[in-house]
Design a protein around this ligand. Structure first.
Ligand code: DC
Length: 218
């Protein structure tokens, strides 16, 4: 039986940093489900489909093949066979991912892929609906959050470190909007599973959060 650690939470809570670190410490596979939604979003953007064109999004789903490969422990997302890791980390793709992930056909496709990965490997999987929907029987469930100010500051630091100019207030506003949409959509909204442990990372270091989660693993 494989072991699963599910980490859900809003944008910028530190899920991927923490999940990667735990995966490394425990020698598990890190599954970044947001990257899968981003890859599909990139496809829709490239096809000129708009976020509010639900029918076009559903109609395009059968044409999209998202698969995952691991190279030196890093998750590579393949969109119709093409490595798109370098293209999916933009705000535009993130916004489209948040908007198109409300779609049932998009979710069904990716949830199937996520469950298949967890069935054959020990995983640390992060996203919005892992503990509530994708892996309801996960061995450890975490709801990782932080204040919107702290999350906006982290994103701001990340973008400025990459040399991108950005505006703090706009980043915070976008984060709050993204939370709203992810928490209030009809299918698999972001919420804390009843058996998940809440971890607020606002005043914790990355190591402290990772150690707290590892301590929950039996
Ligand atoms: O974690 P992220 O920012 O890369 O995710 C991008 C969007 O994808 C997020 O705003 C909502 C969606 N998403 C989702 O609906 N379910 C998941 N399990 C992961 C991401």
């Amino acid at each position: 039986m494989s072991y699963a650690i599910a980490i859900d939470g809003p944008a910028g809570a530190g899920k991927s940093t923490i999940a990667k670190l735990i995966a490394k410490k425990k020698n598990y596979i890190y599954v970044d489900t947001g990257a899968m939604y981003r890859a599909m979003a990139l496809y829709f953007l490239e096809e000129g489909i708009k976020a509010d064109e639900a029918e076009k999004i559903s109609a395009a789903c059968p044409d999209v093949d998202v698969t995952i490969r691991y190279e030196n422990g890093e998750q590579i997302v393949l969109l119709n066979g093409r490595n798109v890791n370098g293209l999916i980390r933009t705000e535009a793709v993130g916004d489209m991912a948040s908007a198109s992930s409300v779609n049932k056909d998009v979710r069904e496709k990716l949830v199937e892929l996520q469950r298949a990965l967890a069935a054959k490997e020990n995983v640390v999987m992060d996203g919005r609906d892992i503990g509530t929907c994708v892996l309801p029987d996960a061995d450890v469930k975490i709801y990782l959050t932080a204040s919107s100010k702290v999350r906006a500051q982290r994103r701001y630091d990340e973008l400025t470190a990459k040399g991108e100019s950005c505006d703090f207030d706009k980043i915070e506003k976008d984060i709050i909007e993204r939370d709203e949409r992810d928490m209030n959509r009809e299918i698999s909204p972001l919420r804390q599973a009843s058996d998940a442990t809440l971890v607020d990372s606002s005043d914790m270091t990355i190591e402290e959060v990772a150690d707290a989660i590892i301590a929950l693993c039996k």
